[in-house]
Design a binder for this molecule. Sequence first.
Ligand SMILES: Nc1ncnc2c1ncn2[C@@H]1O[C@H](COP(=O)(O)OP(=O)(O)OP(=O)(O)O)[C@@H](O)[C@H]1O
Length: 334
Amino acid sequence: MSDKVLEIRNLNVTFPSLERNVHAIRNCTLHVNRGEILGLVGESGSGKSVTSMAALGLLGSSARVKGNIRVVGREIIDRSEAELQEIRGRKVAMIFQNPFTALNPFFQVGRQVMDALLNSHFMSKEEARKRVFQAFKDVRLPDPEIAFNRYPHQMSGGQLQRVMIAMALVCEPELLIADEPTTALDVTVQAQIILLLRELVAKKNLSILFITHDLGVVAALCDRVAVMYAGMVVESGPVVDVLATPSHPYTSALMKTVPALGQTKDDLSYIPGQVPDMSVPIIGCAFAERCTKVSEVCHKQAPPRRAVLTDQFSFCHNASGPVALDEIVAGGRL
Ligand SMILES: Nc1ncnc2c1ncn2[C@@H]1O[C@H](COP(=O)(O)OP(=O)(O)OP(=O)(O)O)[C@@H](O)[C@H]1O
């Protein structure tokens, strides 16, 4: 079996409408290896959430989806809703930014986690209850039996996010998709959740696609990173390599937006300019209008994928390194 739990190749997602078609994802390619955390990072509107919704088969019929998405070896695109539900219940789970809105305020949290388990797995209520207690222990919720009977308003934001992680893990998925799960939490609680996720990956051989706009969180948590801009991954590689030697000017610009110790929000630099209008075809490099290293070719030709280091790739005309082998094959040059 492949050691990739998620493999997205040449994904294109368009939202058609009478006025304008929004081409939100353009030839996006990325993968998550078994047992690793991949950080998917980019500014607002770069396509992180649409990519993750596509990976879960949750975009619905209003989106046109083309390309390949394999989750634990199974193709997602063009599957029936029944098949998608089976994959979602057993292979992949998702946690969202705001645990307050994700849980029903009228039911005890333990019952909500138990219902999620019973919806996708055949077992007695007693067995399900035992598994929920174990999941609450795994996410280090103190007094699992007391926590089970609490209502969401009786718990803190950090505790609720632990409940959401327990709900995701109780079905024993192989892939967890986490969409900004720490953004709504204060810094200390954020750090605790990051430590918990690292511990769970090591203990349960779990893989995580971790969506964030914060490279600081990527540095603290992830093994590899994929940097997304205007619907495509413009640079990817091991976190240590990408952050030490970023080869795409967009990655460098994003790194300058991470606050240093003691820096306030007012001192931060933002990337000048705007993300491109996704309803207009892009000619050349999508980042050219905002790039400090732009040259003539950037406005004319889409940059090829270059292998900067062994596992570090960059779509930039100025990146050093050979054009990646798969690009040459796809272009018919081999
Ligand atoms: N249902 C939709 N119909 C039309 N356009 C959409 C739809 N959903 C997303 N988009 C567009 O797709 C693009 C990517 O959006 P997406 O939400 O994936 O970005 P993001 O990187 O997750 O941003 P954020 O960090 O703000 O969540 C945006 O231009 C957005 O406006």
